[in-house]
Design a protein around this ligand. Sequence first.
Ligand code: HEM
Length: 407
Amino acid sequence: AALIDPEAADPGLKHFPLARTCPFSPPPEYREFEQDRAQLVGIPSGERAWALARHEDVRAMLNDSRFSSDRFNPGFPMLFNDGGRGRTPKIKPSLINLDPPVHGQARRSVVGEFTVKRMKALQPRIQEIVDTQLDAMLAGDRPADLVTALSLPVPSLVICEQLGVPYADHEFFQTHSSNFLDRQATVDQREAATVEMRDYLSGLVAAKEATPTDDLLGRQIEKLRAEGTYDHDELVGLAFLLLIAGHETTANMISLGTVALLENPDQLELIKQDPGKTLDAVEELLRYFTIAEFATSRVATEDVDIAGVTIRAGQGVLGLSHAANFDPETFAEPDRLDFTRGARHHVAFGYGVHQCLGQNLARLELRIVFDTLFRRIPTLRLAVPFEQLPFKHESSIFGLHCLPVAW
Ligand code: HEM
């Protein structure tokens, strides 16, 4: 395997994060990975990290315990300005930042809250939430903003009810989440968002410690206390992760998926004719947009031979899930949105031990939303030209700021 000096000058260096020039495609530079499957690239800290773009390489990396998820490990490739080394974490790390064996223990403790069976039980309530939001939208002015009418409230209400967080506080946590995910925010702004959310959730968890509640956070307190492993700050860390991951991701997929369906009427027709196909459509839309592509970054803890190179201990790695989901060897004609292709092996939810904990919930919400939206409003259309839609190019989670629609 070739060993490349990470400090060597390289005029052709790609600087990450790269922009999507078309909201429906990965950055055009990803095509160059077809010749060169692993590349050293520049990241905002001024350091270099390895970028892997092939589906098989990204999966192999994510399934290899020699790569760490610890964001506070020096060398972890941050795609926003994190203030450099030596900043102390403002919140106790949770699942997504943990390595085995601590990760496995933490995940086993909560995984029972996200089983397929549990999600099935949530189905009627999610349907009710979607219908209520659509009732209000239909009764309101046209055009409407689908983001505020549907995309944000549906997953926010669902995760609030699941965790036991009051939905009345949605403006507070939605604003702070989006500041936390904004790559253009300063370190101080990100930290302020983290601290305010942490303090808010800490108060909420303290109240549940005093008065037990039958919700995810309340049940965790009871269970972990019985096991003798309960830790307040750990639960606050988990609540923070679940609250952000639970609404921002799915909200953006609802908005982007709706645009893709409106722009691809032949594909929309497939699910209108047969709602049984909507789950396939959801998988393909997840592949197509890969909204959380840098969630699959890692740092090597040992020297590892992979993708034809040797990644040295301490070097950062970007598992480019968006590139992997457009790998033509895995997904033929990847630029074509094709609900019939069978896209379930995409890596939009990651792969390996950290694979998305909320994936069954996300799938369920997306299926119900798309089925209900186009059944109830078959004449739905964009209220502005596609070119004027404000895509979230600056966020860690790709999506839309607003989505004007009419019918
Ligand atoms: C992990 C994407 C929805 C909770 C992940 C990862 C990705 C991802 C790529 C892997 C991160 C890694 O490898 O380190 C998405 C997308 C979603 C979505 C695209 C929606 C369309 C949700 C929802 C929840 C959630 C609804 C919670 C209710 C989590 C958690 C983890 C995670 C807790 C960390 C799991 C672990 O490290 O063990 N997600 N997610 N996600 N996601 Fe999601």
